[in-house]
Design a protein around this ligand. Structure first.
Ligand SMILES: [Zn+2]
Length: 104
């Protein structure tokens, strides 16, 4: 049973509910350009057609831009870094060692 007739209840051509769910799930990855080229194109196309998803895209894009604007552009002073690293060491963190490559 590989070629079923088209479901008359299925969404008509154009953006449908399933597409919206898929797009909204992938929106953050889309904004970070982390999807493959095919998916990037599919989401981009959907957003140009779908008035329901576009506001989500617009909001999340503005949110990311606001965060980027707030991002600190200078590094912490070296003694602050040392304090942080020391505090992390005390709780068992070993900077420079990859997590998960345990040799205990
Ligand atoms: Zn949509």
């Amino acid at each position: 049973m590989s070629d079923l007739p088209p479901d008359p209840c299925a969404a008509p051509a154009g953006p449908g509910e399933a597409d919206c769910t898929m797009v909204l799930h992938q929106l953050w990855e889309y904004l970070d350009s982390e999807l493959g080229p095919d998916k990037m194109q599919a989401v981009r196309t959907h957003l140009t057609l779908c008035t329901k998803c576009y506001p989500h895209y617009d909001f999340e894009k503005a949110f990311l831009e606001a965060i980027a604007d707030c991002r600190c552009t200078t590094c912490a002073p070296n003694d602050v870094r040392c304090h942080v690293i020391e505090a992390l060491r005390r709780v068992g963190f070993c900077p420079g060692e990859q997590a998960g490559v345990g040799n205990q």
